[in-house]
Design a protein around this ligand. Structure first.
Ligand code: NAD
Length: 422
């Protein structure tokens, strides 16, 4: 699965190259990660036994600045998945024109099987194992699937102990009390909302109350469900790893969030009815389908059944490249992940700047700057898509690739050997 992911990412890179003016040397550098680390993390469990977990940190590229990317806890994590996610981060930070490269980390673990104390020991153990590879000017982690501000707080604290000084700039997505930023927790969903709002007429036309189905009810999916619902969209279906809930008239999102907080899942929901198969959500006739769970949700086996007008990739990599072609033939617009979910890393950049300045911005300042950056880059992507008559994903990759190529060429020596090099 993750090997397929990596080849899929490679195919997208080659496709973008065909549309861009990027040097062969830059392309050669982008074909593999700059550095890849695998670590073993010994953790003392509550029952006294010792378990060894596999952890990873991949720095894909840092030509435009320190690598940036989250840490994922999931049983399926392996080096290929983390490398692919780091590749996507490289393109995402370039697309948003942030002074960062791309990185990613993860631990192969089912966090639901750990107590809080075990989770803390694992998180601190991860940082101890990768401490020489991360740092405020080298590679800056953040939250991803199954990690949150509590985990980031433990990690920042552990890094500070190792360096024998507080280093808030080493990690973003921290709790406010430890130097986190206002707005970071909802930045991914807020950013996705700005992207949808900017592209609204091309995604849903002049529909007054567009219908939405969201796969994944975690940080990104549940927050986006709330803001879309608040802004007059009709959220008709949501799902998590245990159940999907549907009501064609619209779901009361707050009731489902309370239920998930109380019980830990969407099963036996207080509103709507459960779909017999959670993945049936992907085939509902809706204006917007929003995969916000994991990669590979829409693939060549089910893409032909998608009845949505548009797909907004809030998860990383939820649509495979084979599915992309099928959706394109069906006339389904796809808003790519490197744009749709870039609000998280953009607010992480704000947090890093605030920590470097020893400052804290008001919530309104963060919200305003996030909106401005998301709208600006969404318009840039839409413009390239129109000018070159290509899908939004191709346009996003072209914008990112040309920025990456320019940075790589500026650092290289090829000009010395070219005709004009003297
Ligand atoms: P999370 O752990 O908070 O939530 C993940 C959700 O997906 C959970 O509700 C889980 O139950 C659900 N899920 C898992 N498998 C599922 C399945 N087969 N069907 C339906 N639901 C399923 O994670 P998150 O932070 O919300 O991240 C979700 C996606 O968004 C990931 O792809 C992540 O890389 C991406 N993303 C997150 C951020 C961020 O800031 N958190 C930023 C950018 C991208």
């Amino acid at each position: 699965m993750s090997d397929d992911l990596l080849s899929d990412a490679g195919r997208r890179l080659e496709a973008a190259c065909a549309l861009s003016h990027v040097s062969d040397e830059a392309l050669a550098r982008l074909r593999q990660p700059a550095a890849s680390l695998k670590v073993s993390i010994p953790v003392r469990m509550d029952d006294g036994s010792l378990r060894i977990f596999a952890g990873y940190r991949v720095r894909y590229d840092s030509t435009r600045g320190p690598a940036k990317g989250g840490i994922r806890y999931h049983p399926r994590v392996d080096v290929d998945e983390i490398t692919t996610l780091a590749f996507w981060m490289t393109f995402k930070t370039a697309l948003m024109d942030l002074p960062f490269g791309g990185g990613k980390g993860g631990v192969t673990v089912d966090p639901k099987g750990l107590s809080m104390a075990e989770l803390e020991r694992l998180s601190r153990g991860y940082v101890a194992a990768v401490a020489d590879s991360i740092g405020p000017d080298v590679d800056i982690p953040a939250p991803d699937v199954a990690t949150n501000e509590l985990v980031m707080g433990w990690m920042a604290d552990e890094y500070g102990k190792i360096r024998r000084q507080a280093v808030p700039t080493v990690i973003t997505g921290k709790p406010l009390a430890l130097g986190g930023s206002h707005g970071r927790a909802t930045a991914t969903s807020d950013g996705a909302f700005h992207v949808i709002d900017t592209l609204r007429s091309s995604l849903v036309g002049d529909r007054e109350e567009p219908s939405v189905a969201i796969q994944g009810f975690g940080n990104a999916g549940a927050n986006l469900a709330s803001s879309l619902s608040d802004q007059g969209y009709r959220v008709v279906a949501v799902s998590d790893s245990s159940a999907a809930v549907h009501d064609a008239d619209g779901l009361e999102v707050s009731a489902l969030r309370d239920h998930k907080d109380e019980t830990g899942s969407l099963a036996d929901p207080p509103v709507g009815r459960e779909l017999s198969q959670p993945d049936d959500l992907l085939e509902l006739e809706v204006d917007l389908l929003i995969p916000a769970a994991l990669e590979g949700a829409i693939h060549d086996g089910n893409a032909g059944h998608v009845q949505a007008g548009a797909v907004v990739e809030v998860a990383n990599g939820p649509v495979t490249s084979a599915a992309d072609e099928i959706l394109d033939e069906l006339g389904v617009v796809v808003v790519p992940d490197i744009l749709a979910n870039a609000g998280g890393v953009t607010a992480s950049w704000f947090e890093w700047i605030q920590n470097r300045q020893g400052d804290r911005w008001e919530a309104e300042v963060v919200a305003k700057r996030l909106r401005k950056r998301m709208v600006r880059e969404t318009r840039a992507v839409a413009r390239v898509a129109e000018e070159r008559d290509v899908p939004l994903r191709s346009a996003a990759y072209v914008v990112a690739l040309e920025r990456l190529g320019a940075a790589m060429d500026a650092t290289g020596t090829s000009a010395i050997f070219s005709d004009g090099g003297g």
